[in-house]
Design a protein around this ligand. Structure first.
Ligand SMILES: *Cc1c(COP(=O)(O)O)cnc(C)c1O
Length: 433
């Protein structure tokens, strides 16, 4: 792949955004181009530029942009005047989704969950999960973790660690205790043991929790990986103290870490699971809260919403399950690509004395500080690679390529990243670039 830096200049088509769109916009600031089309791992802008997408809508596009199988299913459904909006009415699209989800995902994994269709974004699924846990247990307090990210509405935001995000709330973010995640104090401190100690001590000041809410790999929080042993301890602690274990699989699920759920084969079963981001597979909004049938104590309409379930998303989600998850071949592809990714990132990191982080197809490099990491991403964008940072100090350059990316495309993107990290880590080259 040839590397031809594009000139940076103010583009007339972005003026409307500065004039009319709120300052709250964020990703667009680092990538001020007008994108016109996208297919597979590629995005195109209005000036003929093309970009490899190593961001994938923050893992909302695990199957790439406009996957032909998903697109065809959706076009057929629209062409046949399939119901687009139906509140929570039974529709053929919804029937297909639930039956396919039961047969392809739940049954083979021995999982027995009820599905609650919440409002369409991830934060809605988290709100429903913690609301249900509080309702079931009659307790208020939720345990979340340092660097956890769970969404922007008040309940989910209270569970989110990031101070910049929390500062937008405008009211106290209460009833959540942020406990240290796995490895927070380094490898020698078992933070699950600390939590157990505090919960067992009637004088610790930590109230009995309704739920323990955790990501197996912290997506926005810096690709911190919880070990299976730690997660098993957390599951045991939840059970012992009468709290429900909620796995927020919104970013790590749908294949991102290698299996459909990120906690598969770890030897515990969450009481509640949230899914969103890549659940529809097409980038259509669609979120789901799954829970043990005996927890289903909602009264009809008690947690309502106009856009619960999204029939177009049901159609594309069903197509992802049928096309990718009926046998092992997709998981084998993800495993191979994860290895290519991990090997290459390790090589780059060790050359510069940096460290890697993450698991599966959500891995990255810790650049040490936010300035260096964003310089790498800016350089990458100029060379046709869409990539972003994560972590408490935005210090992690995070690779979230589509899971369907061709091996050669993955390598081409990593070549660009390699070059940009070289530039950022070499002051002389960096200044000249
Ligand atoms: C993105 C994300 C959310 C919030 O989802 P939205 O669709 O942005 O509301 C919640 N939890 C995790 C782990 C996420 O990555």
């Amino acid at each position: 792949m040839t590397i031809t830096p594009k000139p940076t200049r103010k583009r007339p088509e972005t003026a409307i955004y500065e004039r009319r769109e709120s300052r709250v916009r964020s990703y667009a600031r680092a990538m001020p181009r007008e994108f016109t089309s996208a297919k597979g791992a590629w995005m195109h802008d209005s000036e003929g530029g093309r970009y490899l997408d190593f961001l994938s809508g923050c893992s909302s596009l695990n199957y790439g942009h406009n996957h032909p199988v998903l697109k065809e299913a959706l076009l057929d459904y629209i062409a046949s005047d399939g119901v687009t909006h139906g509140l929570d009415l039974y529709t053929s699209a919804k029937t297909d989704f639930l039956e396919t989800f039961e047969n392809v995902i739940l049954k083979p994994r021995g999982l027995d969950y009820r599905a609650m269709f919440t409002g369409p974004t991830g934060t809605n699924a988290v709100e429903a999960a913690i609301k249900l846990a509080r309702k079931v247990t009659g307790r208020e307090m939720v345990i979340a973790f340092t660097n956890g990210f769970h969404g922007m509405t008040l309940g989910a935001l209270a569970c989110t660690g990031n101070a910049g995000k929390r500062s937008g709330a405008g009211v106290p973010l209460n009833h959540v205790s942020h406990e240290p995640f796995d490895g927070y104090f380094g490898p020698d401190v078992d933070t699950a043991e600390l939590l157990e100690q505090r919960l067992s001590d009637p004088s610790s000041g930590l109230d009995a929790p309704a739920a323990i809410l955790v990501e197996t790999v912290q997506g926005e929080g810096g690709l911190n990986v919880a070990s299976p042993e730690w997660l098993r301890s957390i599951a045991r602690i939840a059970k012992r103290h009468g709290a429900l274990l909620i796995i927020d699989d919104i970013q790590a699920g749908c294949g991102r870490t290698g299996s459909f759920f990120s906690f598969e084969s770890m030897g515990f079963t969450p009481d509640i699971v949230t899914l969103a981001k890549s659940l529809s597979g097409m980038g259509l909004p669609f979120a789901l809260t799954l829970f043990r049938p005996d927890l289903d104590i909602w009264s009809p309409g008690e947690h309502n919403g106009t856009f619960r379930g999204n029939n177009h998303a049901f159609v594309t989600a069903t197509a992802t399950l049928r096309h990718f998850w009926q046998n092992d071949s997709f998981e084998e592809d993800i495993a191979r690509r994860s290895e290519i990714l991990g090997d290459r990132l390790s090589t780059i990191a060790s050359r510069h004395g940096l460290t890697t982080c993450g698991r599966g197809m959500m891995q990255g490099i810790d650049m040490g500080d936010g300035e260096t990491a964003s310089a790498v991403c800016a350089q990458a964008f100029e060379r046709g690679l869409v990539i972003e940072t994560s972590g408490a100090h935005d210090q992690i350059v995070k690779v979230l390529a589509p899971l369907t990316i061709e091996d050669s495309e993955l390598t081409a993107g990593l070549d660009i990243l390699d070059k940009c990290i070289d530039l950022a880590m070499s002051p002389v080259l960096g200044a000249a670039a």
